[in-house]
Design a protein around this ligand. Structure first.
Ligand code: MG
Length: 256
């Protein structure tokens, strides 16, 4: 069921989303060669808690038998890792890495969700292009996030933009509605047909998140039951914001 948020609920959503934006402001200062992904996780958790939020991904249950709950406050996925990488004291960032971080903060009963891909120092031109196209794909998608349009209009715009730049979108994972639950209806794939799906209405809050691969779209899951990687070992990037559908242009809630 797609939830339409009341004015009061939107205020609470905004608070949770601002926490996520603040986490990225903090993390950005620390993205340097030599830092471990566990240290980034600790910095993010401290920031969230200092702002009265809790890391919603910590203890998240995939529902798949035999897979432990997600142990960390954020997902940190390096290079060919697409999403759901588990922070570790053994993973050290190095020059040229591209690091995708996904953060969900829960505050006052509402979730805010955003992802960024950071470049560690200097990286290749092609990696930079991947990161830029992934971010721009989000902005291409939300051009269609206005009342009366359909969810498929957003999906189509993202998919077409990514493909036109020679990259692939991940097909097995998608954006989503968000609110009291981290994942609400509707699902928002990064590809699809324009004119399909539910109609957008003011008060909907949506997490739109292009996940883009430099090479082929095929993915694999690592044995930890969480980390998703590209099958061909090519690089991947992720960019996400929680947005609010308004009467006019959408409002991006997870930026400061
Ligand atoms: Mg996310």
């Amino acid at each position: 069921m797609v939830t339409i948020k009341s004015k009061k609920e939107i205020e609470l959503m905004k608070q949770a989303c601002k926490v996520v934006a603040s986490v990225y402001e903090e993390l950005e200062k620390h993205i340097k060669p030599g830092i471990t992904t566990l240290e980034l996780d600790q910095i993010a958790e401290k920031k969230m808690r200092s702002l009265g939020a809790i890391p919603a991904q910590k203890g998240y249950d995939s529902g798949i038998r035999g897979v432990p709950k997600f142990p960390s406050s954020i997902c940190v996925s390096i290079n060919d890792e697409i999403i759901h990488g588990i922070p570790s004291k053994y993973r050290v960032l190095k020059e040229g890495d591209i690091v995708s971080i996904d953060t969900v903060a829960l505050k006052n009963g509402f979730n805010g969700d955003a992802a960024r891909t950071f470049i560690v120092g200097e990286t290749s031109k092609e990696n930079k292009r991947l990161v830029d196209v992934t971010k721009q794909a989000f902005f291409e998608g939300i051009k269609y996030a206005i009342p009366g349009n359909r969810i498929g209009d957003i999906c189509h715009a993202i998919g077409e933009y990514v493909q036109s730049h020679g990259f692939s979108v991940v097909r097995e994972f998608q954006g989503h509605g968000i609110g009291r639950e981290m994942h609400e209806d509707p699902g928002i794939p990064n590809y699809g047909k324009a004119g399909r799906g539910i109609r957008l209405e003011p008060g909907m809050t949506l997490a739109i998140e292009p996940m883009v691969i430099q090479g082929k779209s095929n993915i694999l899951e690592l044995e930890d039951g969480w980390t998703i990687v590209t099958e061909d070992g090519s690089m991947s990037a992720h960019y996400e914001n929680t947005i609010l559908i308004t009467e006019k242009e959408p409002e991006i809630l997870t930026i400061l």
